[in-house]
Write a protein that binds this ligand. Sequence first.
Ligand SMILES: Nc1ncnc2c1ncn2[C@@H]1O[C@H](COP(=O)(O)OP(=O)(O)OP(=O)(O)O)[C@@H](O)[C@H]1O
Length: 499
Amino acid sequence: MGKRSHHDSIEQPSKKKSKSEKSEKPAKASKDKQGNGKETTADYSDASALSNIPQSEIDSFLTENVIKIADPSPDAPQFRPLLSFDHLPECDAGLYAQLKAFPAPTPIQSTTWPLLFAGRDVIGIAETGSGKTLGFGLPCLKKLIDSKSSKKPCQPRAVIISPTRELAMQIYDQLVKFGTHEKTRVTCIYGGVGKDEQRRALQKAAIVVATPGRLKDLQNDGSIDLGKVNYLVLDEADRMLDKGFEQDIKDIVKPMPVSRRQTVMFTATWPRSVRDLAATFMQTPVTVTIGGDPSADPRANTRIKQVVEVMDGREKEGRLVQLLSKSQRGHQSPEKVLVFCLYKKEAMRIENLIRNKGFKVAGIHGDLNQSDRFRNLDAFKKGNATILVATDVAARGLDIPNVKLVINVTFPLTVEDYVHRIGRTGRAGADGHAITMFTETDKALSGGLINVLKAAKQDVPESLLKFGTTVKKKQHDAYGAFFKDVDMDKTATKITFDD
Ligand SMILES: Nc1ncnc2c1ncn2[C@@H]1O[C@H](COP(=O)(O)OP(=O)(O)OP(=O)(O)O)[C@@H](O)[C@H]1O
């Protein structure tokens, strides 16, 4: 059987056979145009150990992991997913040393790595906690290590943009951990702290991880020149493309050369509302989806047990204390619990309530200064505080070990945000548990929530069904950007984005 026939099981344009299918030669991306109008310097082909694997094994891998690869370039070379770290292309500088801690690439890594090594633009959609950071991070480091680029000051080659400061730091930490030899060439810039040290670090940075506001600031005052960027990542891409960030992203991307830039977008949720805008930043991107149809409703990680409790708003605090007592006092060591609120003022009130009940609690929201935000998150990571009360600033991307339970005290503004919030538990193959308090004021989102529950084969309570199953076409232009239209806390302040 021809080695390319695995495309039968994945979404591909049917018009023509690719060049590699016709020749039956191993697929290879080179300095040639790739059928997508882009010049790349990538040189990638399947490793011989990978080429020798029977096609049936590749097909089983794609089917079992429900992997879809949609490539709009029929003539572009196609590659096999990497089934093992042994299938990675050669690279100097011990880039792969830290991978020994893991048994194998996760499906999103297996499938997107070859495409990224080959220089393609990629949209990667996979459940929360499935290793997307290394999915875009490892090819980024490899590109840097392989390049013989000059080390001009303040002209980074790669930019990774993240919606929050904590997530930017987490991505930075991962890159430094894997790219030990390049660590001095990676830097992280975000708002809420001084600019001078960041300007100094930019002098030798080849990879910059950043939040959009501070990156734009430093770009505007001439501290950074993005004209040589050839690898751009939007992590949490749907958030980065929503109305709250759209203009910043457009401004940041403007000086980056289109023809040589590889653009990469990763997320767990990919609503229709951002897809057209995404296309304007990319050139014939390959869309890789793990675990389901990208056009369906947002999908939660199926290892998370989701429970929705419909109640009156006045019952929430009593129920919260009850749940926390069970998780903190019924065990030898208290479980780590993440409690989500919608508003900053609400988060502060709930944090005080929990503290007054004698639990070890910390908080994270936009009204805290940055050092408090980092300190409190760290206390939770280390277990010095076993409960963290957060706004949606902690909903996306944060990889906190051993969070056993997520409690949503107030439902978020979108079902996508719900999927990200509960995704703070059940990471990297672990099981998780999420309990959501749902009131009549949230009923506009009942249809979307019901679909998320059903898709993950979770129980849907009768009391939730009563609110209706209709899904509104468009919920909000910007997740978390608006004041919720509910008079539950008059002093609550709007959730703002990070700079
Ligand atoms: N190949 C692998 N095998 C096992 N664990 C892995 C592998 N790659 C990464 N991980 C671990 O999985 C955890 C989750 O990874 P990561 O934070 O990248 O998830 P994510 O998909 O970006 O999640 P989110 O959608 O919430 O941002 C991390 O602790 C990471 O170290």
